[in-house]
Design a protein around this ligand. Sequence first.
Ligand SMILES: Cc1ncc(COP(=O)(O)O)c(C=O)c1O
Length: 452
Amino acid sequence: MSSVSLEQLSSQDVVDSTRQLNYGTWRYQKNWSPLHIVDAEGCHFIDSTGKRYLDFSSQLMCVNLGHKNPAVIEAIVEQARTLPYIAPGYATTARAELSRLLLEVLPKGLVKFFFATSGTEANEAAIKIARMFTGKTKIIARYRSYHGSTMASIAATGDPRRWPMEPGGKGQGVIFAPEVHCYRCPIKHEYPGCNIACADYLEHMIENESDVAAVLVEPVVGTNGVLVPPPEYFPRLREICDRHNVLLIADEVMSGWGRTGRWFTVDHWNVQPDILVTAKGITSAYVPLGLCATTARIAAYFDDHYFAHGHTYEAHPMTLAPAVATIREMQRLNLVERSRTTGEYLGEKLRALAAKHPCVGDVRGLGMFWAVDLVKNRATKEPLNTKTDKLAGKPLVVDQVAAEMMKSGVAVQAWISHLVIAPPLIIEKQDIDLGVKALDEALAMADRHVEA
Ligand SMILES: Cc1ncc(COP(=O)(O)O)c(C=O)c1O
């Protein structure tokens, strides 16, 4: 690395500094060569050579409004001018405005809010609140899940990002249930004949474990495959939790904020969770904000019990004002409705790929949230790569597909053996066509891995 002054950094200096001085997340550090990004606007971002990329997964499924929305930027600037920071013990206009707006858009019954600065922190809050409120310890999560990187959230994460923490580094008290995954059912059932036995098994767990405080689930599982449950699954979970006095926590960090065609995914089934956790789209990711929303019953408990949680950055004004602007922009642009309608168009186009490419095992999704699941063999549904391959740092076919798409100027997120397609909710149909075309072309490479 050359010792140039900051003003003179070349693009290569930026990449070299990043590689040498920073950790790349969730990866082996060797061979990390991050692209230098210099600008972003709408559904695109731009690298240091001027090349534009269609942001077909909204970065990490979070830039729901698209890049550089002027109203959100203005809210950040205005808040910085007015009151950049004040401790959480004080009242602020930004907090009051956001909290009132949340009452409008969140599922009914969620009336008291704790603000954090990420999804994982919001889940940590939810788990602590559930334990304090119920006086019980265990959290039931599911294998196909991601809830965050910090101690309790990673312990509640079913996917292999938890494995390096096993067993000594993992927080205690989480047990795992089978996921609801109708394409690749972990208990080899077939819907609807199964009568969603995967939900009933959670009841069996609760009855046999004792001391269960909460069930923590992503209403539509995100990174781990965009798994959309059958319509009766969530109402059944609600009944089971009620029967056993166990809290239901909906992790809507990724699935919230219009992503699935409703403000929140639980709205599809009219289910009210006891706690809803969210982040990402709440500010379209422009500033880091997480939210843990609870019911009046939980709120009332803490009137006379010590609320043992907090952060220096809780309810940080710089994070809250842009959330107000984000929600207003979503309302103004009618983005929830748009996610539903444009999402149908996207889904149709993706489904058409399955007819063309033998590597496509399944295409599933809701709203503007889709997965294209790649397989070696459609009959056996064997994936192209495994969780073990991922953790071992083996080259994955989905990463090669994503790299091909980058060459064509389309960025997508890939995970183990599927791609997550989740563009900004403002995307136009012609950009969907371009993104799907790039995917179509790149899938030819994956088709070569299909067993004859
Ligand atoms: C469902 C879910 N929960 C929690 C998290 C963690 O959020 P963060 O990365 O903001 O900590 C994520 C991140 O992708 C997520 O998808």
